[in-house]
Write a protein that binds this ligand. Structure first.
Ligand code: ADP
Ligand code: MG
Length: 687
């Protein structure tokens, strides 16, 4: 493996190294696995006379004069003019005086860049310069486009990747010959090179198929190991279900749905079985998973054991904690809950840890960081994670290890990701699956509409009416603040706008991921109590947040979100008995987008949405919006690559049956690679 730091590459110093780190790239190996997000094809040059203002294009022509350098305040501007048979155009570059040597009168060159109008004259700004030979080369290939960060642009990343590819140590092929032949998989080193620089679609597909195969393979091998480890493990915490939980169910303000009851029974049966429970609860947004988690935690508490509930965000953790507190108060339950989050001070944390290890606490609620922290539990019998869909294998394994030596806690994971059962069985092969496939009866289906930006004013009036009637609204924007590169609504400016548009009495505030934990909590709390009526937010409210009084969800730039994500966002409303509404603003004006969003319009069912989205995208559409980025796959998409996933799953079963320890000669390479994969997965968790 190429483990040397990227700063070993030429031209990458400390500063650029730090920027790469922001992208998750520290070693040359990381760089090789930092795959492009998309590919640009350079089209043939067009006649200069056809170059239009506002477009990016390539032209080819002869320089009418040697470039001159003009000084302008602190800037140096290089200017020249190029012509062909159809016309001429001015070219300018900022602060690149050295270009003068290249731009000599009479030379014939290719230029690619954006055409603007300057002083009434068409000008190409900052074009890239190519010789004919160089342009022919890029025009016949696909240029990678990488995820970027301020100060580290595509060109610099590309250059680093080229270097890394040139000087990497080649990997010995680790897939057994038979497998590669059977599925016509490209060789590993070839795949790595061509995922970055494919000459055409075919090469790209070949490279991608191999790498997706690998992603699935190691993930499923790891799941296989977990499963083996977890099967039939005796539990130290056998619990018959208690009367108190039964009684509480009877006293809740609503009756559990029969799906909730069924799942609760399955859990109780597991807890009483004498074996360690490993169970996944799948249930669409709003199906009522939280109360099931609480009841399971209470089972443990009444047996004198501890339980942990983990959430992906602090906002959600806090909300769960408060809901538990309220439950305790309302029903006079004499148990203690404790909240542990990243934004607590060291002292607060220490005191909380003391209460936990001293078993003053029965139920611990916190963010997922909990599994990384050095909390010492006292008789930890049950670990629950909410919204587990962002988890890799490493996390799943870590959950079961949290308890005291040799005493594995029961594990329950809850997910709203609408994965079809056939795929869930594969991806969660280490877990038993329960499904809540029924919504509480008191719900009115959410009313949806997809509109263009011209509808905004009416949407604001509608929000104002709902708020006046005592309800609340969310407005989602994709960005936090204005960006030069991306044209999309941002939370900060939108909040200002709404404050102007809505009546003064209405309290509008914003929420986004870059805010400090404490600020976020404050805002969320004020929204939950109704003090804030309109919350402008990024997708941080996507997971789990429960404010039943909110009835309007307005999503700006809906075209920028995947359907599954939109479904999650929409799930923030329709949680109470009032009619709720979801307004999706499509700013793209494109037919295809409208069609895609229309799927949400037709249904409120997560499974239906996921399957329809799949049909629309088709298995070849690899650059569609990824729905399943939650799993730890970089390239693979469990929906579009579902067939390959099933194939790999069969192969893994076969492999494990024939050679469980991967000890055979032909599987040696595979085993080493799996160890590295697991190591990395744990390393991310600091285990
Ligand atoms: P999710 O499955 O998305 O986590 P929640 O557990 O947050 O959903 O439940 C959504 C809302 O539905 C909550 O306000 C909860 O109190 C309520 N709820 C849960 N179960 C029922 C039920 N059986 N009948 C009516 N309301 C319910
Ligand atoms: Mg939830």
């Amino acid at each position: 493996m190429n483990q040397e730091p990227v700063t070993d590459l030429k031209g990458i110093g400390e500063k650029t190294g730090a920027l790469f780190k922001k992208l998750g790239v520290e070693t040359v190996e990381d760089l090789l696995h930092n795959y492009p997000r998309a590919y640009d094809s350079y089209e043939p040059a067009i006649p200069i006379g056809k170059a239009e203002e506002g477009t990016v294009c390539t032209i080819c022509g002869q320089l009418l004069k040697t470039a001159t350098v003009r000084r302008f305040d602190h800037m140096q501007i290089v200017v020249t003019v190029v012509k062909d048979l159809t016309g001429s155009i001015q070219l300018t570059w900022f602060n690149m005086p050295y270009l003068k040597a290249t731009l000599q009168m009479g030379r014939i060159l290719f230029f690619r860049g954006r055409v603007v109008k300057k002083g009434g004259r068409l000008t190409m700004e900052q074009p890239e310069i190519f010789t004919q030979e160089a342009y022919e080369k890029v025009a016949s290939s696909m240029q990678p486009v990488y995820g970027q960060t301020r100060g580290l642009g595509n060109k610099a990343i590309m250059k680093a990747v080229v270097q890394a590819l040139a000087q990497r140590k080649l990997e010995k092929e680790y897939l057994p010959q038979g497998l590669r032949r059977k599925y016509q998989l490209a060789e590993y080193n070839y795949a790595i090179e061509h995922i970055h620089f494919p000459m055409n679609q075919e090469e790209l597909f070949a490279a991608r198929k191999r790498l997706v195969f690998d992603e699935f393979l190691f993930f499923l091998l790891a799941v296989g190991r977990l499963k083996e480890k977890r099967q039939d493990v005796k539990s130290h915490y056998q619990m018959e279900s208690v009367r108190e939980v039964e009684a509480l169910c009877q006293r809740l303000p609503y009756k559990l749905t029969s799906a909730q009851e069924k799942v609760l029974k399955e859990i109780q049966k597991d807890l009483g079985s004498g074996l360690v429970m490993n169970r996944l609860i799948q249930g669409d947004v709003g199906s009522g998973k939280t109360i099931i988690a609480f009841l399971a935690l209470l089972e443990a508490a009444y047996h004198g054991y501890q339980g942990v509930l983990m959430a992906p965000t602090e906002v959600l953790a806090r909300q769960h904690f408060e809901a538990i507190q309220e439950l305790f108060e309302t029903y006079g339950i004499q148990k203690k809950a404790e909240l542990v989050t990243g934004s607590m001070t060291a002292k607060e944390k220490r005191l909380a840890y003391e209460r936990i290890s001293g078993h003053e606490t029965d139920i611990v609620v916190g963010t997922h960081a909990l599994i990384q922290e050095k909390v010492v539990y006292n008789q930890l019998a049950l670990v629950i994670t909410d919204e587990q869909h962002r988890f890799g294998v490493g996390q799943r394994e870590a959950l079961g290890r949290k308890g005291e030596e040799q005493r594995h806690p029961h594990v329950l994971v809850m997910s709203a990701t609408p994965i079809p059962r056939t795929l869930a069985i594969i991806l969660y092969g280490d877990l038993d699956i329960s499904i809540i496939d029924e919504m509480p009866a008191n719900r009115l289906p959410i009313k949806n509409c997809v509109v263009d930006t011209g509808y905004r004013e009416r949407a604001y009036q509608f929000i104002e009416r709902e708020v006046t009637a005592g309800r609340q609204a969310y407005v989602i924007c994709p960005m936090v603040e204005e960006s030069e590169k991306i044209e999309a609504e941002n939370v900060l400016d939108y909040t200002k706008l709404l404050k102007r548009k809505l009546s003064e009495k209405i309290v509008v505030e914003y929420l986004h991921g870059k805010m400090k934990g404490k600020e976020k909590n404050k805002i969320m709390e004020r929204f939950a109590t109704g003090e804030i009526q309109v919350l402008v937010s990024t997708t941080v409210v996507e997971v789990g947040v429960n404010v039943p009084n909110a009835t309007v969800m307005m999503i700006e730039n809906a075209e920028r979100f995947g359907l599954a994500q939109l479904h999650q966002l929409r799930g923030r409303v329709g949680r109470g008995s009032s009619q709720s509404y979801c307004i999706m603003v499509d700013a793209s004006g494109e037919e295809d987008t409208r069609k895609r969003l229309d799927i949400l319009n037709q249904s409120n069912d997560g499974f239906y949405i996921a399957s329809e989205d799949l049909k629309l995208r088709g298995p070849g559409d690899i650059f569609g919006l990824r729905q399943s980025g939650e799993m730890e796959f970089k390239l693979a998409d469990i929906f579009t690559d579902a067939n390959l996933l099933k194939t790999v799953s069969e192969e893994v079963k076969e492999l494990i049956k024939k050679d469980p320890g991967l000890e055979r000669e032909e599987n040696q390479g595979l085993r080493q690679r799996l160890e590295a994969y697991l190591g990395k997965s744990y390393e991310k968790l600091n285990l």
